[in-house]
Design a protein around this ligand. Structure first.
Ligand SMILES: NC(=O)c1ccc[n+]([C@@H]2O[C@H](COP(=O)([O-])OP(=O)(O)OC[C@H]3O[C@@H](n4cnc5c(N)ncnc54)[C@H](O)[C@@H]3O)[C@@H](O)[C@H]2O)c1
Length: 384
């Protein structure tokens, strides 16, 4: 029988509503051991909670105070999608309230906040805690991951992982909290996009040992929406050139988190080049992946249309396209499966340990970019 987990949503903005949509069409998935039911919502903006009350009939509690939601005994688990500066306060309160947590990235605004969360988590090991990162659930990304994990690629030549956005190319785009350092954090674009690019490399055990980062700020102010201008204080783009030593291999890995990438609306990509096999996936061609086998003869990349070959089976025919909303739902299926005691069909959501490792990388990158020097990544105590 399908087990039901009752969810509270804290932060009913962009991502809160994506979860509501994924939960509302759970019948899309054909074989799951658990499903979410959203029973409580919290946001400081009451209009956003009205949207939930209108569209999600199971919502019985709507409050502007997250503490009231955490006191609700009918809530088993929380999805928390609030501005970064609030992560540590909210996530630690959620854990102390004994609720399972699906937290948005970057899982703490900075290294100190992330450590605060990890410390509280250590006292609540029975809770299922994961960090959001959905793009690796695209079938093409899974193909690249599987090939890399198989060990058949031979010596790795180079890895490049990136997430590119373009809307900030428009200098007239009004400012929001994601461009304000006190709310978004000093990582800037790296905090927004870093977990997305590091999720698969970290899952493969590819931790950068040292790195050099180029950080770019191109737009110093933006319209404040009230007729004036407001300072835009976060980094726009980061290019991190790192060195990985893992499993007897030593190779370069380039990580790009760009908010100003002309023409790229939401491009996540992963390219792994090996001496025997190479692989590439980009959300620009969402139903395809590419790979190359080299056995000494011709060098030719092959492209396969994958269609809807999802990790969790769905009612959609295999020939049809897979998209962003599907990746979100697959990620949620993986989390629900773990809540119910499953193994997420072999690809669980990003763990708190992976989130902590990504903080170590971003902290080193921030220092490197500011000081223009190579920095060793310290996974135990922060960057040195
Ligand atoms: N996984 C992804 O692909 C993805 C994409 C975008 C954002 N995110 C992450 O999701 C989180 C939220 O981002 P978003 O884009 O949904 O932002 P958003 O601004 O659309 O939503 C955040 C919501 O939090 C609410 N909020 C602010 N203070 C609050 C408080 N004290 N109590 C309750 N609610 C409060 C705001 O009113 C807002 O509705 C961030 O951590 C961000 O990095 C993830």
């Amino acid at each position: 029988m399908t087990k039901v987990f009752r969810f509270g949503v804290i932060g009913c903005g962009l991502m809160g509503r994506e979860f509501a949509s994924a939960a509302a069409r759970w019948l899309h998935l054909s074989d799951t051991r658990a499903r979410p039911e959203i029973v409580a919502v919290c946001d400081t903006n009451p209009a956003l909670m009205d949207w939930f009350r209108t569209h999600v009939p199971s919502v019985a509690q709507a409050t502007t105070d997250y503490r009231e939601l955490l006191a609700n005994p009918d809530v088993d688990a929380i999805y928390c999608a609030v501005p970064h500066v609030l992560h540590a306060e909210f996530y630690t309160a959620i854990l102390k309230a004994g609720k399972h947590l699906f937290g948005e990235k970057p899982f703490g605004m900075d290294l100190a906040q992330n450590r605060e969360i990890s410390a509280v988590l250590a006292d609540h090991p029975h809770l299922v805690v994961r960090c959001s990162s959905e793009i690796p659930y695209f079938p093409g990304a899974q193909k690249v991951f599987d090939l890399a994990r198989s060990g058949e690629m031979g010596e790795i030549i180079e890895v490049e992982a990136g997430f590119l956005h373009s809307s900030d190319l428009d200098r007239n785009k009004p400012i929001n909290w994601k461009r304000m350092e006190p709310i978004n954090g000093a990582y800037g674009c790296m905090g927004d996009l870093g977990m997305h690019v590091l999720h698969v490399p970290l899952r493969l055990g590819w931790r950068p040992q040292s790195l050099h980062a180029q950080l770019v700020k191109r737009v110093p102010e933006r319209p404040d929406g009230k007729g004036g201008m407001a300072p835009c204080t976060t980094w726009d783009n980061a290019t991190i050139s790192s060195r990985v030593s893992a499993g007897g291999q030593d190779f370069p890995m380039v990580l790009k988190t760009w908010r100003i990438a002309p023409g790229e609306s939401n491009t996540w990509y992963l390219r792994i080049l090996g001496m025997q096999k190479s692989a590439f996936f980009t959300t620009k061609s969402p139903r395809q992946w590419q790979w190359m086998d080299y056995t000494g003869g011709i060098q030719a990349w092959q492209t396969e249309d994958l269609g809807y070959g999802s990790l969790f089976p769905a009612i959609t025919g295999k020939i049809f396209e897979f998209g962003f909303a599907d990746a979100i739902q697959q990620m949620w299926a993986a989390y629900l499966d773990e809540l119910a005691g499953g193994n997420a069909n072999g690809f669980h959501c990003a763990t708190p340990e992976e989130a902590a490792a990504h903080h170590a990388v971003l902290t080193a990158a921030l220092q490197s970019g500011r000081e223009n020097r190579v920095v060793t990544v310290d996974y135990a105590g922060g960057a040195v």
